[in-house]
Structure formats: structure tokens, C-alpha cells
Design a protein around this ligand. Structure first.
Ligand code: BEZ
Ligand code: FE
Length: 293
């Protein structure tokens, strides 16, 4: 048929040009551009690697197993993107913010869309396990103006390193999650537990890949935040425990210096009573800065 072999028959030398040539009539220009780049780089990689048929079939089996591992509560492809540094790269490309805004980092697979709204001061730890933690701070605009009504969606793992969604029936639903609104002075505060480092799920193909590559599966202790307000760019970020043993080798490359918080150990019965926590406790002050849209 006319036009079928516009770039000629397939050869090793011309492989990428022949395949991308077939997409000339794509109905979506952005899709055509994306697929041209993906095809070019994929063919380049295959030419450099020169896989055997068995090796290529192993790659197919790896991707198949990654898909089979996914369900409503498990997203193995996000893990793959995370451990290859692609999630952080996409984040960096999409968050070239004016200086001054709080830096962003990975979302991860454990965010839940419908976490409960809570009053400032609420305890997101529903089962009372772990060392008590009080977190407070302000949400301001890059020019320093306090932002009232900013939404802070917070989630964290428990003191054993598991999220509620990983331990259904063991932890209460929505344990260690909450949505807070900043007050008139931009202030927010809540209670939680001191987080601990944890291994990302390693019972699937991504865990097996890390093991074979001699990589550990750990993330340094952190709390997750999505912070947004009307008229401002939303940020997805964390705060990290700075003296964590994995702070310099996060398996998903999510650590940024500006996100290291100070976790102060407080032994002060009056202050504990003021916050409504047992003494001693951990206290963190961390401010968030948003850039206008
Ligand atoms: C998390 O921090 O929840 C997370 C991020 C990336 C992969 C696995 C977990
Ligand atoms: Fe996490």
C-alpha cells in the first residue's frame, strides 16, 4: 500500500527512524512527540545493551510482574518510578518555583484522598502507639504574609514504619492522617508520633530488583504534607528527621536539605500539659511558604 514503508524496511541501523516514521499521522501532536523520544531512547538502550532473547524476555516478565502486583492499595509502578529517581525528576521539572517557596518532594503511594478534617491541636494518632510529637508552625506567602485557611493534608507512618493502608485491621482506618486549616495568623498545629525509618514494600518485583542491585529499601523518617491555599501553588512535600540513619541514602531520593526539621526532645511537664501530651515528648516547629499562582 502506498506510504506503508515511508522510511523503508526495518533494519538494525535505521530501526528508530523506521518506527517513529509510522507515527507521522498521529492525532495528538504531544503524543507523537513523546513517543518519538521514547522510541529513540529505547532503541538506543537496546543497541547499547544488546540483550539476548532470554534477557529481553526477563524484562517483559519483570514488567508483567510489576503490573500483577498493582491493586487499589498497591502501586508497584509508582515504586519503580520512585526508586529509579524518575518521580523526583518529574517533581523537579514541575516545581521550578520562585525562590522562597517550600521545596517539594515525592508524593509516594500512601496518600488517601478522603482523610478526615480535624481541628488544630487534634491528635492524628488514633491508637496511642509511639512517642508523642507536637508539630506547629505557620503558612505564609513568599512575601511573609500569613495565609489564613491554607489546607494542610498530613499523613505519616506509625512508629513501626507502616501506614494504616498497609495494616488494614491492625491499625484503625485513617490512623495518622488528617486535614488541617491554618488560623488567622497562618498558624497550624497538631499532634502525632515520632516517625521512624521504614522499608518501602519489598515483597514484589521492585524489592527483588533492589536486592539484586545491592540497594537497601529504606526511607528516612518523615511526615508527608500537601499544603495549598486559594490563589497559591499547591506543594507536595515532607519534613524529615535529620539524624535518621538513612537521611543520606533515601531509596527514592526524596531528601532536600531545606526539609530537614528540628525534632527537639522536650522534658517539661507544664509544656506537655499545655499541648495535651505525655511528658517527655518531641516538638517540631516548621513553617511552609507558598508561591502565588
Ligand atoms: C512514602 O514516603 O510514603 C513512599 C514514597 C515512595 C515510595 C514508597 C513510599
Ligand atoms: Fe512516607
Amino acid at each position: 500500500m502506498a506510504g506503508q514503508h515511508e522510511k523503508g524496511y526495518f533494519t538494525e541501523a535505521d530501526s528508530a527512524e523506521v518506527v517513529t516514521g509510522r507515527n507521522a499521522n498521529a492525532k495528538d501532536e504531544r503524543l507523537r512527540q513523546i513517543m518519538d523520544v521514547v522510541i529513540r531512547h529505547l532503541h538506543e538502550a537496546v543497541k547499547e545493551i544488546e540483550p539476548t532473547q532470554e534477557e529481553w524476555f526477563k524484562a517483559i516478565q519483570f514488567l508483567t510482574a510489576t503490573g500483577h502486583m498493582c491493586d487499589d492499595w498497591r502501586q508497584e509502578f509508582i515504586l519503580l518510578s520512585d526508586v529509579l529517581g524518575v518521580s523526583m525528576l518529574v517533581d523537579a521539572i514541575n516545581n521550578r518555583k520562585p525562590s522562597g517557596a517550600t521545596e517539594t518532594t515525592v508524593l509516594g503511594p500512601f496518600h488517601v484522598a478522603d482523610a478526615p478534617a480535624m481541628e488544630n491541636g487534634a491528635d492524628i494518632c488514633l491508637d496511642g502507639k509511639g512517642e508523642p510529637l507536637v508539630i506547629h508552625g505557620k503558612v505564609t506567602s513568599v512575601d511573609g504574609t500569613p495565609i489564613e485557611g491554607a489546607r494542610l493534608d498530613v499523613w505519616q507512618a506509625n512508629d513501626e514504619g507502616f501506614y494504616d493502608v498497609q495494616q488494614k485491621g491492625i491499625q484503625p482506618d485513617f490512623n495518622l492522617r488528617g486535614i488541617f486549616l491554618s488560623q488567622a495568623n497562618g498558624g497550624y498545629w497538631f499532634r502525632g508520633v515520632k516517625p521512624k525509618y521504614y522499608g518501602i514494600p519489598n515483597d514484589g518485583p521492585i524489592g527483588a530488583m533492589l536486592e539484586k542491585l545491592g540497594r537497601h529499601p529504606y526511607r528516612p523518617a518523615h511526615l508527608h504534607y500537601i499544603v495549598g491555599a486559594d490563589g497559591y501553588e499547591e506543594i507536595t512535600t515532607h519534613i524529615f528527621v535529620p539524624d535518621d540513619p538513612y537521611i543520606d541514602s533515601d531509596v527514592v531520593f526524596g531528601v532536600k536539605e531545606s526539609l530537614l526539621a528540628e525534632f527537639a526532645k522536650v522534658d517539661n511537664p507544664e509544656r506537655a500539659e499545655k499541648f495535651g501530651v505525655a511528658n517527655p515528648f518531641w516538638e517540631v516547629e516548621f513553617d511552609f511558604t507558598l508561591a502565588p499562582k
